[in-house]
Design a protein around this ligand. Sequence first.
Ligand SMILES: Cc1ncc(COP(=O)(O)O)c(C=O)c1O
Length: 402
Amino acid sequence: MSNTTDDRLAPILNELKLDLISKNHIVENASKRKEIARTFISDTITVPTADMYAYATLATLGDDVYYEPSTAALEAHIAKITGKEAGLFVSSGTLSNQLALRSHLLQPPYSVLLDNRAHINKYEAGGAAFHSGAQTIAIEPANQHHLTLEEIKNNIIISSDVHFAPTEVVALENTLNGTIMPQDEILRISEYVHSVGIKFHLDGARIWHVAVETGTPLKELCEPFDSVSVCFSKGLGAPVGSCLVGTKDLITKARRFRKLFGGGMRQTGVLAACAAYSLSHNLPQLVRVHALTKRLEAGLEEIGVKILSRAETCMVFYDPSSVGVTYDEIAQRGSAHPEPLILGGSRLVVHIQTSEEAVEDFLSIVRQLAQEKKDAGFVPTDDAAAGAFKDVYVRRAAKIPK
Ligand SMILES: Cc1ncc(COP(=O)(O)O)c(C=O)c1O
């Protein structure tokens, strides 16, 4: 290259350069880790540890749209432990669920039957309608915990009446809001759904928690389903990734749809290695996570706070109006604490990076506020929270400091 070309190119290259590593990155990241240990809004906020990163750098270097060995090894492992023929590594739980629906469903009109609180129903931006042209039939479980076979039977559409969109997929979520769906009910539903030729999908973003809490092998939990989506980026603490498992045919189709949706990724070895690391090193920590969630629940009950949804795994939902306190008051005290706590509404999520100190600080804040209300004359009533039970998830936008 001549000097003249160098001279012309230098400013262009200079303009494109970027160094995004902050001079203070060590201090800033240490403070971010501290913040994460005190954040109760979700388990998706967990971050990779230095050991996870170190392991990831040893992964293979393939292009996953062609073939990436570490990613293929992860897919094969997830297929094996869930008892399915094949797996597909994808960027998110939403993509995984949507690919499952798109691959099961062939020719509209059709409907997908699910719990009204399910992620696929509420938080996937209407993806079932957008990607698959599917109507969703969302049922509110009468027991406020899980759908029953009777509710499925009462709402499923198996009809030649042209007014209706026949149900072609029933989708469950386990855990849902951190609660565990009884396996015997899943088996009853599976037997029925399959007897009428309908596909059965599980959003198992947090199925790991069920395996750990109930001591049930993953294969047994997944056996009733035709497809299962699992996530590494939530309770397991990997930075990115989910895996869809099912028959070879289903996964071949899903692989093509993944490309069509723009979800084909390239050097995914590092991500697959983070997922593998999370299975080996983070999954066992869920035992501590569940114990800490139960501690949170017990502490709230001691104060007299109403529990809306029990701490079966890593979440507990509460209503402080039973002691005259609002979510906003708690959140404000939390953010004013010398070591701030980050809180949403009714949902408290404990994760592998939650500190015991954060749980105790949270309980102290609620205890203190409850005492102040009592001193000001608030008289707790039994029915203070009765109306809130219907939708346990009261969302309150948490302010996460930059
Ligand atoms: C039960 C459940 N399924 C699916 C998802 C979607 O995962 P993602 O955020 O990776 O798209 C979530 C997200 O939190 C979830 O909680």
